[in-house]
Design a protein around this ligand. Structure first.
Ligand SMILES: Cc1ncc(COP(=O)(O)O)c(C=O)c1O
Length: 444
């Protein structure tokens, strides 16, 4: 089929994530990936600026990963992970993660992706508090602009309000505090920005009643919300508040896990540990749908206590093929030192973006940590006022970037940049040049 025919057929038969028929009229039909590039069915190459959806850290076309999948499929394509069944790859992966993640996290449950990981955290937190004799601790606090997936519970934790209206009512007991957006958050008194944003958690816990709050969930760096990097004093204060009020801290590391930010796991930037960690995406570099949660030793002991069965499960939990791909991918991440590569390449990228763009009258902010960066364009640089959505600046910038061979996503007028960790120096230079030209084309 020619591209036009494929797109017509797509329109007739597919429902897409965030389905919007118009966006697919001139969409891409990807047929191949090579390193940090994607190739459309019409033969045009694009730099995969968001590494798929933040996940393809090892880049496209890694035959080590396809070989690992093929080998596992021919040996044991599937077995259940339900109680009474296990598989060698799942056991090895859990053991490996215990050595890689935060020291207090040593027990893992596997899912098919990030949204299922969020649901698993919420249910585990509620289960835990029930067995601790605090059955009323069921509420979940998260943050505006946080993204945790779109199953009904995950959507209720997600703080990007555009996801809600057509699916209301949300699950009861979920509320949101401000995000510690270093560019936009302003403290109402003289409290430093990060502490003020963290103190909102304390106020929310007191407002809800500490005896009713089970957990606080946060991405160490908010991804889909626009690469929002918290001030350094934010997470240490969050940890203090969670400890003080007996609220579990859940780190959603679905994007930040496995090296992208320059550390293997991102709360290491601030020297704290979560009670539950969520991961997905980079664990298999997107070569197999996979995710999960890791819980600390106290929660694991409660699970093991035998007082109740944790009635939570997925058919594809601990899928042997996913585990085999994850294990091979973790070899790549460790052998090729992805955290260091992300730190070095990210610093270079940020320095080039800043030099090229920070003086532009409509570039409000250029930010990044490791290979998780963003460029935010604004109507007024002094007041930080956003463009009128009717001007469709983001959409026009997306189109201009694509004409220059860049494919990414935007959150409003924030251009998101999180390429595969294997991106080359020439590709980073091309990315910065093409994005700079695109911004000049749209905004002068
Ligand atoms: C931080 C975070 N959590 C959860 C999810 C949801 O993952 P999935 O789309 O695999 O359900 C995402 C997806 O982008 C994410 O970025």
């Amino acid at each position: 089929m020619e591209k036009s025919e494929l797109l017509r057929c797509d329109q007739d038969h597919l429902i897409h994530p965030l389905h919007n028929r118009q966006q697919h009229e001139n969409g891409h039909v990807w047929v191949k990936g090579e390193g940090a590039e994607l190739i459309d069915v019409d033969g045009k190459r694009y730099l995969d600026v968001l590494a798929g959806l933040w996940n393809v850290v090892a880049g496209h076309g890694r035959t080590e990963l396809s070989d690992a999948a093929a080998r596992q499929m021919s040996e044991l394509a599937y077995c259940s992970g339900y109680a009474g069944s296990s598989n060698r790859q799942a056991i090895e992966l859990a053991q490996r993660l215990a050595g890689m993640t935060y020291p207090s996290i040593n027990r893992f449950f596997f899912t098919s992706g990030g949204g299922e990981a969020t649901d698993s955290s919420v249910k585990t937190a509620r289960f835990y508090w029930k067995l601790q004799g605090k059955p009323n601790k069921t509420k979940v606090i998260s943050r505006q602009w946080g993204y945790h997936g779109v199953t009904l519970a995950a959507m209720s934790a997600t703080g990007i309000s555009g996801y809600w209206p057509m699916f209301e009512p949300r699950v009861a007991g979920f509320s949101h505090i401000s995000s510690p957006d270093s560019y936009r958050y302003t403290s109402s008194d003289n409290t430093p920005q990060g502490l003020a944003a963290a103190n909102e958690l304390e106020q929310a816990i007191l407002r809800e009643d500490p005896d009713s709050v089970a957990m606080f969930i946060a991405e160490p760096i908010q991804g889909a919300g626009g690469v929002l990097i918290p001030p350094d004093d934010y997470f240490p204060r969050i940890r203090e508040i969670c400890d003080h009020y007996d609220v579990l801290l859940v780190a959603d590391e679905v994007i930040t896990g496995f090296g992208r930010t320059g550390k293997m796991f991102a709360l290491d930037h601030w020297g704290i540990e979560p009670d539950i960690i969520q991961f997905a995406k980079a664990i298999t570099s997107g070569y197999f749908p996979f995710g999960g949660i890791g819980v600390n030793d106290t929660i694991a002991e409660t699970l093991d206590s035998g007082q109740a069965v944790w009635m939570h499960a997925y058919t594809y939990s601990a899928h042997p093929v996913g585990c085999a791909v994850a294990l091979r991918n973790l070899d790549i991440i460790e052998n090729e030192n992805f955290p260091q590569q992300a730190a070095d390449k990210g610093a270079f990228l940020l320095q080039k973006l800043t030099a090229a763009l920070s003086d532009h009258p409509h570039v409000g902010d250029v930010r990044g940590k490791g290979l998780m960066c963003a460029v935010e364009v604004v109507q007024d640089k002094t007041t930080r006022e956003e463009f009128d959505p009717a001007e469709q600046v983001g959409q026009r910038l997306h189109a201009a970037a694509q004409r220059r061979g860049l494919f990414s996503r935007l959150r409003g007028d924030v251009f998101l940049i999180a390429p595969p960790v294997v991106i080359s120096t020439e590709q980073i230079n091309h990315l910065v040049e093409a994005l700079t030209e695109s911004i000049k084309e749209i905004l002068g």
